[in-house]
Ligand binder design. Structure first.
Ligand SMILES: CC(C)(COP(=O)(O)OP(=O)(O)OC[C@H]1O[C@@H](n2cnc3c(N)ncnc32)[C@H](O)[C@@H]1OP(=O)(O)O)[C@@H](O)C(=O)NCCC(=O)NCCS
Length: 337
């Protein structure tokens, strides 16, 4: 092995830049214009932000002073403390000589040393590739290293704006009688944040989970506010909508986050409380949120969303709005032996 693996100091600008360049190059070569990547400054801000909920680490493979591969490790600290979430990215010119395997081994050992027993990673392959990812670098690399696809997702893209007539037609199907809808941009209003954070924490286990070995996240308003501060430091803008019951509880919520750096909108969570399901509230809040986004952020021309490929209802709604599948994502999992 002619290279060494080092940990990146998040406050060493040149080191973070080189680490990020390798990540972005690796993602772009496989995914082209539909590579969904965090911007350089979004990544830097996240690495620098002290966090009570996640221990984040970045690593690089260095050869002759050049970064030839990058990796990341995220250790959740308050729940799911059995999981280590990883990313490994090797630019095309450095592939197939063991760099990815060495980085993966390195982060797996760090995760194991931190008591983690389940490793997780997300991989992407283009819509034009075989549906199960056969032959794609990330999928084959995962297979070689004993990672299974615990759940398959679709990445879909919507070109904005959606015509008002389309939104109105769908809104007519989701009258939300008996509920009040509130929308805002920026932080969640103080009177809603506790319930909002609680619902948001349920998302990972209430949405389809496939074979994922996860538990519901805990929720804490101070942690949620810290996440919002990170969003602000990253230059991102959040758009939120909630449907409220007559007595003021959140029955449904949805959130879109716009990146200042790539200009895209990203659909984050949407969830309807169990007792309020079956009334098309999810559709209602998504449409109201989209309408607000189009009004307040007219320069945004592209929105991305991810859905489990078994989530037929959500996919049907997205198709009517105009979303088109652009890629597949596999949520990988491996239990460390
Ligand atoms: C997946 C990725 C990290 C592999 O990096 P790499 O340095 O080429 O990996 P390695 O050289 O260690 O490959 C190890 C083994 O994985 C398998 N593999 C890797 N890429 C493959 C490909 N394109 N086709 C088939 N098998 C492949 C092979 O079994 C390979 O062993 P071999 O070269 O002896 O045949 C790289 O292609 C990449 O950055 N892709 C985009 C991001 C990603 O999907 N990351 C993966 C998980 S987070």
């Amino acid at each position: 092995m002619t290279f060494e693996i080092i940990r990146i100091d998040p406050f060493d600008d040149a080191a973070v830049d080189a680490w990020w360049d390798a990540y972005a190059a690796a993602r772009r070569v496989d995914m082209g214009e539909n590579a969904v990547i965090w911007s350089r400054e979004e990544s830097r801000a996240e690495l620098q932000q002290p966090s009570a909920t996640t221990d984040r680490r970045a690593f690089a493979a260095i050869e002759h002073g050049e970064v030839i591969g990058s990796a990341s490790l995220a250790l959740s600290l308050k729940d799911n403390v059995h999981i280590g979430a990883i990313g490994v990215n090797v630019p095309e010119e450095h592939r197939r000589r063991g760099v990815g395997s060495a980085l993966l081994g390195h982060v797996e050992r760090k995760a194991a040393a931190a008591g983690r027993t389940t490793m997780r990673a997300d991989i992407f392959w283009p819509a034009s590739a075989p549906a199960d990812g056969t032959g794609e670098p990330g999928r084959e690399f995962a297979r070689r290293h004993g990672y299974d696809v615990a759940i398959g997702d679709l990445q879909s893209r919507l070109d904005l704006p959606v015509p008002d007539a389309v939104i109105d037609e769908l809104l007519a199907e989701a009258p939300a009688d008996g509920y009040t809808v509130r929308t805002w941009s920026g932080p969640v209003p103080d009177d809603l944040v506790a319930e909002w954070a609680a619902l948001d924490a349920l998302l990972d286990t209430e949405a389809p989970t496939g074979d994922l070995d996860i538990e519901a996240s805990s929720s804490d308003v101070a942690d949620y506010r810290a996440d919002e501060q990170l969003i602000a430091r990253q230059g991102r803008t959040s758009y939120g909508t909630a449907a409220l019951t007559a007595d003021g509880h959140i029955a449904a919520y949805t959130q879109i986050v716009v990146s200042r750096d790539d200009g895209n909108a990203y659909q984050w969570g949407t969830l309807v409380r169990r007792q309020d399901r079956g009334r098309r509230l999810g559709l209602r809040v998504k449409l109201e949120n989209l309408r607000m986004l189009q009004r307040l952020s007219p320069a945004t021309t592209r929105a991305y969303t991810f859905n489990a490929d078994e989530n037929a209802h959500m996919l049907a709604v997205n198709t009517r709005l105009g979303f088109r599948m652009t890629a597949r994502m596999g949520e990988l999992q491996k239990r460390l032996g």
